[in-house]
Ligand binder design. Structure first.
Ligand code: BGC
Length: 551
């Protein structure tokens, strides 16, 4: 097995981790200072969301220079120090490659937009206006509004899948691809342990750009439905593999929503383009297609079980599963999966157990290990997240009241995942001596690293125990995954088995007391339990247990 299959990965949001400068935003030195903390969680890989030079319209997902550090985070020397110090602790630093688009302040775009015949004129997706001067197609960007913006200098429109400040690169141009591979190799040479590859399904555009049938009253259709996973995309991905990842001891994990199980073999695994692929069916249960916050569908625990079953089974033969329940784009998992929860600590522990015992590499997201909760700020003006603002405006345009639109923001805003780390109960939770860029969650006196480290029953202590158990029980890393009690509406149950042992994991994801037949559960030794007792054949609300046949 590879090192990254045996470890636990941590997604770190640098802007909110630790500020060493009193500026209100986190720094790379702050991460270096807290390596002991990451080590205490059993982490072997830290994925940093983008730290490259950026105007921060989308908090770094709008890159102005792929091989420079944004001054707010520090310097390249700080980065080198982080990579080296982390390595001493067996922690590898994983970079976020944002290759579908750049910032509109990137010198590549500044040059491209100047004329139709400069050396970089075809580096972005430029099109003439329709005869009436309107945008080339009726595509809506992911963050809301048209996916096209008019450029005065060039007298043409450019395409942006996300915000207008994030113009899409033209991957059909060989020079663009070369420049991107060069940037990625810069980080390989610097010692990066791998890459998370952003929004990769959008890089190939269709040959013809056509209007689509509108999916809302604004007369537009989501750009996702018109450009995601365009045939031919794999050619680029295999080229990326040849030019960047092959031959290096690194891993790649692509953000690739909507790749079906039968296509998976082309995307991941020995013959696929990447090592792992983040797919979203289990975190997007309420969105069958495009993620439209004001149109959620109801879902059940059976739907969650089905989504996990599908990806566990699909990755049995192809590739390796990156398990996650939170990331910087999603609400906090306690609120997401248990919106009316009366026992958040048990819910956090149940989700943590699921995360750490599925077959694959767990990706723990900053704050999840403390049992972080969503924020619900009173007005849209309090929000920083560009997508919350777009979704709020879209909800209003669909006829929702302000109150209803705010409810969508409270449920799904990405800012809930981005509030600063709560290190202790001092001012600003020990995150910064300046004014934090986003308010600290008001639960920080109770939910913080210092307090939870002292409490053996805390969510943080639970995660540390889970990390130890993964080390002690190799079946959790290399074992098969076999589900049982498939039809149970509340309990997810599975075995992890390798040559050495067989473990049973039983998690009651409901807030009901449940009994079940113990026929298929032959193990009796409790090695982990989030409640005081475990009675055979019965699980209390949100109870989770790991059972072994022998101790
Ligand atoms: C990232 C988002 C980002 C978007 C545009 C993603 O999917 O995870 O945070 O806003 O790509 O780069």
């Amino acid at each position: 097995m590879k090192w990254w299959q045996k470890t636990i990965a941590y997604e770190l949001y640098p802007k909110s981790f630790l500020d060493t400068e009193g500026q209100g935003t986190g720094t790379i030195r702050g991460i270096t200072q807290k390596l002991d903390y990451l080590e205490s969680l059993g982490i072997g890989a830290v994925w940093l969301t983008p730290v490259c030079r950026s105007p921060m319209v989308d908090n770094g997902y709008d890159i102005a220079d792929y091989t420079d550090i944004d001054p707010s985070y520090g310097t390249m020397e700080d980065m080198k120090e982080l990579i080296a110090k982390a390595k001493e602790k067996n922690i590898r630093i994983v970079m976020d490659l944002v290759f579908n688009h750049t910032s509109d302040q990137n010198p590549w775009f500044l040059e491209s937009k100047m004329s139709k015949n400069n050396p970089k004129s075809s580096w972005y997706i430029w099109r003439d206006a329709k005869e009436d001067g309107s945008a080339p197609t009726n595509w809506r960007s992911i963050f809301g509004g048209s996916a096209w913006t008019w450029c005065e200098e060039r007298q043409q429109y450019y395409l942006h899948t996300f915000a207008s400040q994030q113009p899409d690169l033209n991957w059909a141009d060989e020079d663009v691809r070369k420049a991107l591979y060069q940037a990625a190799n810069f980080w390989v040479d610097l010692g990066a342990g791998g890459f998370r590859i952003d929004a990769i399904t959008y890089i190939r555009k269709p040959d013809e750009f056509k209007d689509g049938v509108p999916d809302a009253d604004d007369g537009m259709i989501s750009v996702h439905d018109m450009t995601a996973n365009t045939p031919g995309i794999l050619e680029y991905l295999y080229e990326f593999k040849r030019e960047v990842s092959e031959g290096h001891d690194i891993f790649t994990v692509a953000e690739a929503n909507g790749v079906s199980a039968d296509e998976l073999k082309y995307w991941v695994g020995e013959h696929g383009a990447f090592d792992m692929l983040f797919e979203f069916s289990h975190v997007n249960l309420e969105f069958k297609g495009v993620e439209t916050w004001c149109r959620p569908d109801p879902w059940t625990i059976s739907d969650l079980k089905r989504a996990l079953r599908n990806s566990q089974n699909a990755t049995k033969a192809n590739g390796w599963y990156p398990a996650f329940f939170e990331n910087h784009d999603k609400p906090r998992c306690i609120d997401h999966y248990f919106p009316e929860c009366s026992d958040p600590s048990s819910a956090a522990k149940a989700m943590g157990t699921l995360l750490m015992t599925l077959r694959g590499t767990p990706f723990l997201y900053q704050g999840q290990e403390l049992g972080y909760r969503n924020v619900a700020w009173p007005s849209i003006d309090c929000y920083n997240d560009i997508s919350s603002i777009g979704q709020y405006q879209f909800a209003l345009s669909e006829g929702l009241t302000e109150e209803e639109a705010m409810k969508c923001v409270h449920t799904f805003s990405r800012d809930s995942a981005r509030t600063p780390m709560q290190w202790d109960d001092t001012e600003n939770a020990g995150f910064s001596s300046g004014t934090p860029w986003l308010p600290i969650h008001d639960d920080y006196k109770e939910v913080n690293v210092e307090k939870e480290s002292r409490d053996p029953d805390s969510v943080l202590s639970w995660y540390r125990t889970l990390a130890e158990i993964r080390q002690e029980h190799s079946a959790l890393i290399s074992g098969d995954w076999t589900e049982f009690m498939k039809d149970d509406p509340d309990i997810i149950a599975y075995k992890r088995k390798n040559d050495e042992e067989e473990l049973y994991i039983l998690i009651n994801l409901s807030e009901k007391q449940r009994t079940f037949s113990t026929e298929s559960v032959t193990a009796e030794h409790v090695i982990l339990n989030n409640k005081d007792t475990y009675e055979k054949g019965s699980l209390s609300p949100l109870q989770c247990v790991i059972l072994a046949e022998k101790l």
